[in-house]
Design a protein around this ligand. Structure first.
Ligand SMILES: Cc1ncc(COP(=O)(O)O)c(C=O)c1O
Length: 369
């Protein structure tokens, strides 16, 4: 059986270190806001070239809390794309703001040429999604947002380590929102997320929002004014156990990205079936290949053939968000590409420790279809 994603090889490789660090956490008597979290926040900010930031409970929370930190809510509009993971938009909806969709271009990323027409007086923010592991066209997006004075919150959940013109994703907007869901480029063995920012005021607010609205004046002593909320917040903690696991995995990050790119290169070079449309890697981008998404006019045929060969493929994503019951009252005009792509795309297995023989097998089947 070839799974669309699997962490067992990776765990075998890291098992000794991971078990040791979990044991150390449990023995420390500190399950939250301890040394592992402090170390991880420092390490993560360093590799992502950001001044400030906090670890949170998930990528969804990272987006939601970013919106809250910018005081976005009822009567405001937030622009994003319809071909994304549900959490990008559930985070917007949970603030009470209205979701506005723009269409995507051939590389599956937000079409910058469609943004300006959908900006209104109510538009407060835009969430470009660096989908599948490569950056949106940030120069064009920044130009538009500056002109209209709207904020950028980057959804970097799928793009840890990706760059646009050699600049890391997550450093273009007011905040960068990352996910440590296990399948992600830097994955925990549970949920987790991170918000990066270079804005001290936003950072301070985010810290309060993460922990019930309380002021954490000195994190090493917990907080001076204990159990006193200065504003309404929530609970979005990353546990010491997950931080400890991430502290180990972050050491392998560059190597794991390299391995993902090697697998992507195999698919790109060795799939020669002209009916399989391979992903575009934009020349300004360093693509980290969270997903290797291809398209075919008869997706059902491919899925069936793969199933027969014990290979499970995933589809990210089969429904554009505006077609979902929960979000059908969002604002949008023409989302022709998002709709068209959702019917044809599917994702080939890609993760750092997938055996090359499995990749070859998939390529062979695709070439014979
Ligand atoms: C594009 C995108 N945004 C946001 C998220 C949310 O992250 P999480 O699952 O950690 O809440 C994900 C992950 O599922 C994602 O792929």
């Amino acid at each position: 059986m070839i799974k669309s994603w699997d962490y067992q090889n990776e765990y075998k490789y890291l098992q000794k270190d991971i078990l040791k660090s979990i044991n150390n956490v449990l023995k420390s008597g500190n399950l939250f806001f301890g040394d592992e979290l402090k170390k991880f926040e420092k390490n993560f900010l360093k590799i992502n070239n950001s001044k400030y930031g906090i670890a949170v409970a998930s990528g969804t929370d990272a987006i939601y809390l970013s919106l809250k930190a910018l005081n976005i809510g009822v009567n405001d509009e937030v622009i994003t794309v319809a071909n994304t993971a549900i959490p990008t938009v559930s985070a917007i909806r949970n603030t009470g703001a209205t979701i506005k969709f723009v269409d995507t271009q051939q590389d599956y990323l937000m079409d910058p040429n469609k943004i300006e027409k959908s900006i209104s007086k109510k538009t407060k923010a835009i969430i470009p999604v660096h989908l599948y592991g490569q950056s949106c066209e940030m120069e064009k997006i920044i130009k538009i947002t500056k002109k209209h004075k709207i904020k950028i919150i980057e959804d970097c959940a799928q793009a840890q380590g990706a760059t646009f013109k050699k600049k890391k994703v997550g450093t273009f907007g007011v905040t960068g929102c990352f996910s440590f869901y296990p399948t992600k480029i830097l994955g925990a063995y549970g949920d987790g997320g991170f918000i990066t920012t270079n804005d001290k005021k936003v950072y301070k607010k985010l810290r309060r929002l993460r922990l019930y609205g309380m002021e954490q004046i000195d994190p090493s002593k917990w907080w001076n004014k204990k159990y006193f909320a200065v504003e309404n917040g929530t609970n979005s903690r990353l546990s010491e156990i997950q931080a400890a696991i991430l502290n180990i995995k972050i050491k392998y990050l560059n190597n794991f990205i390299k391995k993902r790119r090697e697998i992507a290169k195999m698919y790109s070079e060795e799939i020669i079936n002209p009916e399989i449309i391979k992903p575009l890697e934009n020349k300004n981008n360093f693509h980290v290949y969270h997903l290797y998404v291809v398209a075919h006019k008869n997706r059902e045929l491919i899925l069936k053939r793969m199933k027969k060969n014990n290979i499970s493929l995933d589809i990210q994503y089969p429904y554009p968000i505006h077609k979902m019951l929960a979000y059908k009252n969002s604002i949008y005009k023409n989302l022709q590409n998002s709709e068209k792509f959702s019917k044809k795309i599917f994702s080939l297995p890609i993760y750092p420790m997938i055996e090359k023989s499995k990749v070859k097998k998939i390529i062979n089947i695709l070439n014979k279809i």
